[in-house]
Ligand binder design. Structure first.
Ligand SMILES: Cc1cc2nc3c(=O)[nH]c(=O)nc-3n(C[C@H](O)[C@H](O)[C@H](O)COP(=O)(O)OP(=O)(O)OC[C@H]3O[C@@H](n4cnc5c(N)ncnc54)[C@H](O)[C@@H]3O)c2cc1C
Length: 522
């Protein structure tokens, strides 16, 4: 075994890089072990098509939850750009009309909502709903990089008991139905509860509420911004920060066992010792690694993702059935297709019964409209644009049961998109030099295989509330920071950590703080 390191981090996702940078800056010896030939995990950019100069955020694409304090502490050169249009939603029953939410023009937004819904009061309800949620971000986001608050303190910080109960105690559908009247506005609101989460609006488990909460508190405002240069630029900046601080980063290092006393075994038999091990892999992967070391595992639920991701390069943006909206405005924000509340719940029920939702609810966005730097000069000049589709309500069980595979899910996504276009999406897809269409689909099964994300769950498991129960013991550093794995010297530092889901670095930050406390005790 090599010399014992203060900290060994299993997996080299963006959270691991955040933790490594903090720990190395604090003077600790740190080694990151990543099985792939590059770091970044689900926060990477790649050129998916040979001979085509388009570098896409291959998996995650928007940033909201990465705290400013982390960027400042680590001196990261990450640039985020706000999108003027937050969303466009064609009406499923008449796609010649749609709702365009224009952050730069409240009057135009109100007129669009009224025209699409035929309800003169709905625009005011949409604005009031957004205002109503504001205390959540203001009250909770600043706590996200602190030791866990007790629930009563978090509630006090939000300062609105009615809102608190509506978001944390009753299914989200109730709040949405009582606040908004139109099926389309209700659906737009509910999608924030479904990214990476398989749920109905009235699910008593409240998993949709937890997903919604994280989607509306990022940065204190809930804005989702485009990382300039793509998601790979975020991880590259983190990697630079970690290396500059002295962290050792090893790629091609496949971890096959983790013993609770700090011994980490690689696939080639090498053993690396650590005073503290951080797990940048999901809790279910860690559980397997701990069992492989001969230690008892824990009671970890099998994660299940519920999405299909499609990346495309287009010769140009497609024409819309709605001729009153410029496609450059419609695709600049989040473009919702077949996502009314009724459709989202029906899609859930269809998938629950074992079938692919029809139509498949999905959201789309065009990175290159906000940040053309991800395209080579020639492509940019030709008018080419990227398009990313994130389809909802397709749980991993559809893939494992054989009810769905990559091609059937891609076909469902294309058909859903076509339902609101004036031309088939396939007709504007760019062709690679070898004649193949520049379109790639990633199922939950693909994520499991390429990223080690079990069940294709983009958050490594169900999200938990960003506070502790009032009677929860918060005795150890790991418990206080929400990074406990159940083993004293093994801490969760990735998306499985409390408050850890998404590209946020929060899991990494909080694990580093807990590890520093543990190490300082000797
Ligand atoms: C399709 C998709 C779209 C998403 N969209 C967004 C978005 O727009 N915005 C957002 O905020 N979040 C988004 N997410 C979620 C977000 O990307 C993840 O939650 C986040 O990137 C997880 O980071 P992590 O560092 O915790 O883990 P990961 O990124 O999962 O990294 C874990 C790393 O561990 C490595 N590893 C696994 N097993 C081993 C092993 N045995 N030995 C060594 N290394 C191992 C993996 O190769 C990987 O590099 C999306 C995710 C996906 C998949």
């Amino acid at each position: 075994m090599t010399a014992i390191r203060d900290v060994v981090i299993v997996g080299g996702g963006h959270n691991a890089l955040v933790a490594a940078a903090y720990l190395a800056r604090a003077g600790r010896s740190v080694t990151v072990l990543e099985r792939d030939d590059h770091v970044g995990g689900a926060a990477v950019s790649e050129r998916p098509w040979a001979g085509v100069d388009a570098r896409l955020s291959r998996y995650s694409y928007l940033v909201s939850l990465l705290p400013r304090t982390v960027m400042d502490d680590l001196g990261l050169d990450i640039r985020l750009r706000r999108r003027r249009y937050s969303s466009y939603t064609p009406m499923p029953d008449d796609p010649a009309r749609g709702v365009l939410i224009d952050g730069g023009d409240a009057a135009a937004t109100a007129a669009s909502i009224e025209h699409a819904t035929g309800d003169p009061g709905e625009a005011a309800r949409v604005a009031a709903f957004s205002d109503r949620l504001a205390p959540l971000g203001r009250g909770l986001f600043p706590t996200i990089t602190e030791p866990l608050s007790a629930e009563r303190d978090a509630r006090r910080r939000v300062g609105d008991d009615g809102l608190w109960d509506a978001v944390t105690a009753r299914p989200l559908g109730e709040l949405i139905r009582s606040s908004l009247s139109s099926d389309v506005a209700r659906g737009i609101a509910f999608t924030d509860g479904l990214i990476g989460t398989f749920s109905r609006s009235d699910d008593p488990s409240l998993r949709q509420n937890r997903c919604f909460l994280y989607h509306v508190i990022g940065g204190g405002t809930g804005d989702w911004d485009v990382p300039i240069g793509g998601m790979g630029a975020v991880s590259a900046s983190l990697e630079r920060a970690a290396r500059a601080a002295g962290a050792e980063i090893r790629t091609g290092a496949d971890v096959v066992a983790v013993s609770p006393d700090g011994e980490v075994t690689l696939a080639d038999g090498e053993r690396v010792g650590a005073r503290v091990v951080l797990s940048g892999v999901g809790a279910s992967v860690l559980d397997r690694l701990i069992r492989a070391a001969g230690a008892p595992g824990g009671d970890v639920a099998a994660p299940e993702g519920a999405q299909i991701k499609v990346n495309m390069l287009l010769r140009r943006l497609p024409r819309l059935r709605d001729t009153t909206v410029d496609p450059r405005a419609a695709f600049a924000g989040t473009f919702h297709i077949n996502e009314t509340l009724t459709q989202l719940d029906a899609a859930h029920d269809r998938a629950e019964a074992g079938g692919i939702p029809d139509p498949l609810p999905a959201e789309i966005y065009c990175h290159s409209l906000t940040d053309p730097s991800i395209l080579g000069e020639e492509l940019r000049a030709s008018g080419a644009q990227t398009l990313t589709l994130f389809g909802l309500q397709v749980p991993h069980r559809l893939v494992t049961s054989g009810a769905a595979d990559r091609s059937t899910l891609l076909a469902a996504a294309q058909s859903s998109l076509d339902s609101v276009l004036a031309e088939a999406i396939a007709d504007v897809v760019f062709e690679a030099p070898d004649g193949s269409p520049c379109i790639e689909a990633r199922t939950t099964g693909d994520l499991e295989e390429s990223l080690g994300m079990m069940g294709g769950d983009i958050f490594h498991g169900d999200l938990s509330w960003p506070w502790a129960d009032d009677d929860e013991p918060l005795e150890t550093p790991a418990e206080r920071w929400g990074v406990s794995s159940g083993h004293e010297r093994v801490l969760l530092c990735g998306s499985s950590a409390r408050r850890g889901g998404a590209v946020s670095g929060i899991g990494g930050h909080n694990a580093a703080m807990a590890a520093l406390e543990l190490l300082s005790r000797g």
